[in-house]
Design a protein around this ligand. Structure first.
Ligand SMILES: [Zn+2]
Ligand SMILES: [Zn+2]
Ligand SMILES: [Zn+2]
Length: 137
């Protein structure tokens, strides 16, 4: 699992989860709970100009990645106890199936090597997880 520093909490490392947008939510497939977790694209404190902050309904139209950042984990011990996400949460990073497909195409243009093949395999695993989270190919 990749880790990244939360820009609002310098010096701490959190796991990174890849999410897809569904309306005004970001969804990802939790490998520990084996189910989807949802977070709002925008945090109440983000202060951005998205109309959803003014109580408007509908889908968030903000650019990809607008909601990236740290969230408290939605993992519970009800499903499968002991999720390591529960301790400090995670950093949600929005992507899309199309973006991952673009990365795979980029890799396929590289000269064949074990590293390239590993990268393609990892990207395809991420792609499958995004589809389990509700992403549309
Ligand atoms: Zn916002
Ligand atoms: Zn928005
Ligand atoms: Zn979970």
């Amino acid at each position: 699992m990749h880790q990244r520093v939360d820009q609002d909490r310098p010096g701490r490392l959190y796991p990174v989860v890849l999410a897809v947008r569904q309306g005004k939510l970001l969804a990802f497939w939790c490998p520990h709970c084996r189910r989807r977790h949802y977070h709002g694209v925008h945090m109440s404190t983000c202060g951005c100009p998205c109309p959803l902050h003014d109580g408007q309904q509908g889908s968030c139209r903000c650019p990809l990645g607008s909601g990236d950042g740290h969230r408290s984990a939605h993992c519970t011990d009800d499903d499968r106890p002991g999720s390591p996400f529960r301790k400090g949460g995670y950093i949600v990073v929005e992507t899309s199936i199309a973006e991952l497909d673009g990365f795979v195409d980029f890799c396929l243009d590289m000269p064949p090597s074990p590293d390239r093949d590993l990268l393609i395999r990892l990207l395809r695993e991420k792609r499958a997880a995004l589809i389990r989270a509700g992403g549309q190919p």
